[in-house]
Design a protein around this ligand. Structure first.
Ligand SMILES: Nc1nc2c(c(=O)[nH]1)N[C@H]1C(S)=C(S)[C@@H](COP(=O)(O)O)O[C@H]1N2
Ligand SMILES: [Mo]
Length: 304
């Protein structure tokens, strides 16, 4: 008897995905901001709308071996090889700046107080590849509210750990260290913006930003800063690392937008890791219904 199994499916893919899919009901966030609905319910109306969203989660193996994390090297394969030197415990995260209640959180206090909820998000790198990632995390806004931001707080600045002993890439000058990112406060408070502590239901691996990283699914991947040690509520727009390095190529907003090309390549289409043909890139990575109002009246070409 012929057993049909495509030769290009790796055994790791079969194992990880089937284990995972069998283990729990499949929750995804696609339509209404936080509505948990099954894939079947969501897929049809979106396909009918012509967006062709087929958001099968990218295999665990790919999500954890094809990474951007320059603290461990610039090749996609470097973080998986070198991130073992990162120690995700003990770990603290300081929230400070324009807040009434600054605090240094222990990571274990965070994961206890904010249990991980699953969010399957599309992840679109500015380099025109994409994945679908089952993160586990909690709303950034709920976490920030604990600090009671003052009325002067307009932005949040996020900073990655700076420790060349744990992060060998920081011994090179490829980027100014530490890696810094930022969001406008209303973006940070949006329910789609999450702090990630898990991947595929397990603690987030070092190469994906252990023990805590951001996921902002309507923006290019570089906004989703990894291994965060500090959040500072500030009055002025933070200088995010990639904008500092190449201001003509990377802006502060970095909203996914097929109509605004990178100076060196088109953003119209993207390569979904594991797929043969490129697919069209969606405005706001397909989350426009939820987030477009944040940018009403803004020129998205100017604020790229
Ligand atoms: N500290 C830090 N955060 C980072 C990066 C980095 O190099 N350093 N790379 C960014 C980029 S460009 C992308 S696409 C995503 C990649 O996340 P992933 O490896 O979990 O898919 O992390 C982002 N966060
Ligand atoms: Mo990226």
């Amino acid at each position: 008897m012929l057993i049909k199994r495509p030769p290009d499916i790796r055994s790791s893919e079969i194992t990880d995905q089937s284990l995972y899919l069998n283990r729990r009901a499949f929750i995804r966030t696609t339509g209404a901001a936080v509505a948990a609905v099954t894939a079947e319910v969501v897929a049809r109306p979106l396909m009918a709308a012509g967006q062709g969203l087929d958001d099968k989660p990218t295999p665990y193996q790919d999500v954890t071996t094809y990474n951007n994390f320059y603290e461990f090297g610039t090749d996609k394969s470097d973080p998986a090889k070198h991130a073992h030197t990162l120690k995700p415990r003990p770990w603290t995260l300081r929230v400070e700046g324009e807040v009434l209640k600054p605090k240094t959180w222990d990571i274990d206090e965070i994961v206890t107080k904010f249990p991980a909820e699953e969010r399957v998000y599309r992840h679109r790198c500015v380099e025109a590849w994409s994945m679908v990632i089952p993160w586990g995390g909690f709303e950034l806004g709920k976490f920030l509210k604990q600090a009671e931001p003052t009325s002067f707080a307009k932005y949040v600045e996020f900073t990655t750990l700076h420790d060349p002993k744990q992060m060998p890439g920081q011994r090179s000058g490829v980027l100014p260290w530490p890696y810094v990112e930022g969001l406008r406060l209303d973006e940070a408070m949006h329910p789609l913006a999450i702090l990630v502590t898990q991947l595929y239901g397990r603690p987030v691996p070092n190469q994906n930003g252990a023990p805590i990283r951001l996921a902002v699914p309507w923006k290019y991947g570089f906004k989703s800063v990894k291994s965060i040690v500090r959040m500072r509520l500030v009055r002025e727009e933070p200088n995010n690392t990639w904008q500092v390095v190449a201001p003509h190529e990377y802006g502060f907003y970095a909203n996914v937008n097929p109509a605004v090309d990178h100076p060196r390549w088109s953003q119209k289409r993207e390569r979904r890791i594991g797929e043969l043909f490129k697919r069209p890139t969606l405005l706001f990575n397909g989350y426009g219904e939820q987030v477009a109002s944040l940018y009403a009246g803004m020129d998205l070409r100017k604020y790229f």
